[in-house]
Design a protein around this ligand. Structure first.
Ligand code: NAD
Length: 354
């Protein structure tokens, strides 16, 4: 089989993680082109990775290059346009999280993938953690019983990445759409992908202007951006099978230190996602389950390598995708509903998709 030919659209911070995944598979794939609207960044990227075909317009790149697949790693506002263009050009796509700015965009992307018969994978990279894979096996094996509640959070004390991340026009929102998306996805994925039916949420803009402190992730993009997203969001979501989820996410919050929690509770056991997994059973016993028990590597550092390897495997071999477009669409429904509830002060009904 010939090498899979790929391109990167958006050569900022996270694109290097995608490149790391492709470079690890250099015997079966190669990145032959890259695109960024920032010429200087694009040129430096080309030099760093030896990519010669560089473009500032993805439409031009898609028209001129023979590509099998692309990584869409732009800021959120460009995900939909770049993804739909790439799918229409006959490419398979892995698009970073959040899938889009909102559900309407996400649906357009999913429709383009279906119409063109191409794969659209969403960058839910935490699904590839050893602890998450072990928890999925544990839950799918019935050992946790019926799952009915998840408590998830992703809280930073002072961690707005700056740049476009704080500007609604480019990001679509603050910590809920940027960070909450990771843990909300994990909870729904582990709970067996139920359909959300209603959400109640609240957002705050109390501390966002706070400067200083250690930044966890910093946008590689500088420029004139506004700071108008929420700095803290919390929400409660109900699902069609009775499952409920509580989420909290912050860029800025006066807590001791940055922290993340994914706890999922069933009739036989509750599970706290960590390495190793912690299990609390109904019979009063507790357990610690190492990911190795399930033959899953526990390393956090290589989750992007695993994610990209899965994408390339799906593209080359038609393997069933672990993070398909539809999961991204449903997540956007949950996020839209929390933001709408925060705006209106009321619970928002979500129309389940087929
Ligand atoms: N999976 C994760 O854990 C994770 C972590 C960080 C960021 N992300 C996601 O990755 C995406 C990028 O984040 P980042 O931190 O790399 O941002 P960044 O600011 O470092 O890079 C974004 C790049 O996109 C480019 N761009 C914007 N519009 C474009 C267009 N139309 N065509 C070509 N290039 C365009 C910008 O010029 C910039 O270089 C975001 O969606 C973010 O949410 C995911």
């Amino acid at each position: 089989m010939e090498k899979t030919k790929l391109a990167i659209i958006g050569t900022g911070g996270i694109s290097h993680c995608h490149m790391g995944g492709y470079l690890a598979l250099s015997d079966i794939c190669e990145v032959t082109a890259a695109c960024d609207i920032d010429e200087a960044k694009l040129k430096a990227y080309g030099e760093k990775y030896g990519i010669k075909n560089l473009y500032t317009d993805y439409n031009e790149m898609l028209a001129k290059e023979e590509l099998d697949a692309v990584s869409v790693t732009t800021w959120n506002a460009a995900h939909c346009g770049a993804t739909v263009a790439a799918l229409n050009a006959g490419c398979n796509v892995i698009c970073e999280k959040p899938m889009a700015m909102n559900t309407a965009e996400a649906l357009k992307m999913e429709e383009a993938a279906k119409r063109n018969g191409k794969l659209l994978q969403i960058g839910f990279v935490r699904r590839y953690e050893g602890g998450v894979e072990a928890a999925k096996d544990y839950i799918d094996g019935g050992e946790a019983g019926d799952i009915y509640f998840a408590n998830v959070s992703y809280l930073r004390r002072n961690g707005c990445p700056g740049g476009w991340f704080g500007d609604l026009r480019y990001s679509g929102g603050g910590p809920l759409i940027d960070l909450g998306v990771h843990v909300m996805d994990l909870a729904r994925y582990l709970a067996g992908r139920p359909k959300p039916v209603a959400a109640y949420g609240v957002t705050f803009k109390k501390l966002l202007a706070t400067e200083g402190g250690e930044k966890v992730w910093v946008s590689s993009t500088t420029g004139k951006f506004e700071r108008n997203v929420e700095d803290f969001a919390t929400g409660f979501i109900r699902f069609d099978n009775g499952f409920v989820m509580h989420v909290a996410a912050s860029f800025s919050l006066n807590i001791e230190k940055d922290t993340g929690t994914v706890e999922i509770f069933g009739t036989k056991a509750g599970i706290k996602i960590s390495e190793p997994l912690q299990v609390y059973r109904t019979d009063g016993t507790n357990d610690i389950i190492s990911a190795e028990k399930y033959n899953k590597s526990a390393a956090f550092g290589d989750i992007f390598i695993r994610e990209i390897a899965h994408f390339v495997d799906c593209v080359r071999n038609g393997t069933e995708c672990r993070a398909p477009a539809h999961d991204g669409v449903v997540l956007m429904q949950m996020i839209d509903a929390i933001y709408e509830s925060a705006r209106t002060g009321h619970e928002v009904q979500i129309t389940p998709l087929g």
